[in-house]
Design a protein around this ligand. Structure first.
Ligand SMILES: [Zn+2]
Length: 311
């Protein structure tokens, strides 16, 4: 029996080591190998031989500047995973054939998995456009939140997300308006993060913009404000001129009749090549209800108030 005791401890030690070992050790080795290959590529200097092969009029010798650092991300794109568990997503992002990834994944219990250095380019945005930026993967960090696509986000996830965003914003100096969703940059393809995502709360914390709710309450459409008087058209037009002069002092703000929805969506950043899709994406982010309903007066007022913040 005594002889068996050391064997028992030995087996226990193996069990403890294997329990504590990283199940992703194998794919981590692949990750390291790829990172090394990119480092090597970046260290290569142009040689006279490969410059001579070019048709460009290069100088006689290569001069490397001494003043540079790494490019920084300037946007954050938030997603929901549309998968059943964080384990499923970690697997998806470590299988080369899927060709998808993100910098961070946030589990339902608030655990953050940092899967890629912020300075590398993850494959989370796909084809998309925000303003004139057509390669969001090159300029953004991708954050995936574990969520099946329809459920609520957990409090722990949102707490972790806000803490993570605070760190990222400070580290890379990302402006508040550049915290956006996948559906914002790919309106006709994507609907994440879903309708339950707390964009307003995030905006209050400094991540993304939100409209002025008090202003929206008081906004009037021009047609609502200047009700025509069929009995006194001439008098009414004179009154109209006078009201225009003093309305800023006395009356609520009026949305001009020529306010252009498409231009306002463009000013915010939406790709309006499919206007209906851009309107839906706007509703998903800023209205968060009645997504299947057409754009109404309330939506218009929110858009009017919001677009001014991006001017
Ligand atoms: Zn997405």
């Amino acid at each position: 029996m005594r002889k068996l005791i050391p064997v028992f401890y030995f087996l226990m030690a193996i069990a403890i080591i294997s329990c504590g070992s990283n199940p992703y050790a194998k794919t981590n080795r692949l990750h390291k190998k790829q990172a090394k290959a990119y480092s090597k590529q970046l260290q290569q200097f142009p040689t006279p031989e490969n410059q001579n092969e070019s048709a460009l009029n290069y100088g006689d010798y290569w001069v490397g500047t001494t003043n540079f650092n790494l490019r920084k991300p300037n946007y954050v794109v938030i997603h929901h995973t549309a998968q059943d568990s964080v384990q499923q997503t970690l697997t998806t992002f470590t299988l080369p054939r899927t060709q998808v990834s993100s910098h961070y994944v946030i589990a339902k219990n608030g655990e953050i998995f940092h899967m890629l250095n912020d300075y590398y380019r993850a494959w989370h945005g796909g084809i998309g456009k925000w303003g004139n930026n057509t390669d969001l993967n090159s300029s953004s960090l991708g954050i995936e939140i574990d969520n099946n696509g329809e459920e609520e986000f957990t409090d722990l996830q949102i707490i972790s997300l806000i803490e993570l965003l605070e760190e990222i914003k400070e580290k890379h100096g990302i402006p508040a308006e550049n915290f956006i969703g996948h559906s914002d940059i790919a309106p006709s393809r994507k609907v994440d993060p879903n309708i339950n995502f707390p964009w307003k709360r995030l905006a209050e914390e400094g991540f993304g913009l939100w409209y002025d709710e008090a202003e929206v309450e008081n906004l009037k459409l021009e047609a609502e404000f200047f009700k025509p008087n069929p009995l006194a058209i001439n008098f009414n037009s004179r009154l109209h001129t006078r009201i225009s002069f003093i309305d800023k002092l006395v009356f609520p703000e009026v949305i001009p009749a020529d306010f252009n929805v498409e231009n306002a969506l463009k000013i915010i950043g939406f790709d309006t090549s499919n206007l209906a899709a851009a309107k839906s994406a706007f509703k998903l982010h800023f209205i968060q209800k009645d997504l299947d309903q057409p754009f109404n007066t309330c939506d218009l007022k929110v858009l009017y108030s919001l677009h001014k913040k991006y001017l």
